[in-house]
Design a protein around this ligand. Structure first.
Ligand SMILES: [Zn+2]
Ligand SMILES: [Zn+2]
Length: 258
């Protein structure tokens, strides 16, 4: 299994891929060629081309949730490639309208349009994409420090992928609006696997807070072997995690093999 970061907020020095405040990952597992999130624009496609990754051969697309920094690039993909044989897996609420104040931040297409372009599989439950890749479906709350604040959009569609590496789970998230510890607990429960080989993605954490302290405590207790916070994790939060546990730098072009 191989994972490549097609787009992230960060880029690496001397590697001339593009960055944008969004995420997109490409995962290969046997015959499965999966796009997990499509970024905000066509940046993920431009990077993929430069990396020699052929997106015309995709078998699967999965959305972590409906926000436009995860779904905004999809229309560019649909315009360039025939996706009629591609299976798109997402939570049913992924295609609902979403606003931040007065600004529209939902997907730039609805459920019907998505269904007209590819094979749409909407699921609140977990779905096995391959024998090693699980779409986690809706994430239940399992602690008292990641509860969603009243008055804010709870983003019920927010989910993640859990890859079974054979040597522990590797969790890949979009924004973790549902809480990175809740996601990790759900993955461990569904797979029946307590070892966590790594966690990559946005944790939606910006401030030093009790939540951050509890999250670090949780990662330590869970003995998470590799941490790759990116996208919606601020520098002070990354720095605190680095001091406590050590983190790795993520950027467009990063590749991991399991
Ligand atoms: Zn989001
Ligand atoms: Zn995001």
């Amino acid at each position: 299994m191989k994972l490549t970061v097609l787009a992230d907020n960060n880029t690496y020095i001397d590697r001339y891929y593009l960055g944008e405040p969004a995420v997109s990952y490409y995962i290969e597992d046997g015959d499965c060629r999966l796009l997990f999130d499509a970024g905000y624009s066509d940046v993920f496609m431009r990077n993929a081309e430069k990396m020699g990754i052929d997106l015309s051969r995709l078998t699967d697309v999965v959305f972590s949730h409906g926000h436009n920094d995860h779904t905004g690039g999809f229309p560019f993909l649909a315009e360039k490639h025939d996706l009629s044989d591609v299976t798109l897996t997402a939570h049913p609420a992924c295609f609902g309208e979403k606003y931040d104040g007065g600004e529209y931040i939902g997907a730039p297409f609805g459920r019907d349009e998505a269904a007209s372009l590819c094979r749409l599989r909407c699921s609140k439950d977990s779905v096995m994409i391959t024998d090693n890749i699980m779409f986690l479906g809706e994430i239940p709350e399992s602690n008292d420090f990641e509860t969603r604040r009243p008055g804010t959009d709870p983003v019920p569609d927010d989910t993640a992928l859990a890859l079974n590496t054979g040597n522990g789970l590797f969790i890949v998230t979009g924004c973790s609006h549902s809480g990175i510890c809740n996601i990790t607990e759900r993955a461990a429960e569904l797979w029946g696997e307590s070892r966590v080989a790594g966690i990559l993605g946005g944790f939606h954490m910006f401030e030093k807070s009790r939540r951050l302290e509890k999250t670090i405590e949780y990662f330590r207790k869970r003995n998470v072997r590799a941490l790759y916070p990116c996208h919606c994790v601020s520098f002070p939060v990354k720095a605190a995690m680095h001091e406590a546990l050590g983190v790795r730098e993520v950027g467009s072009g990063m590749a991991l093999e399991f």
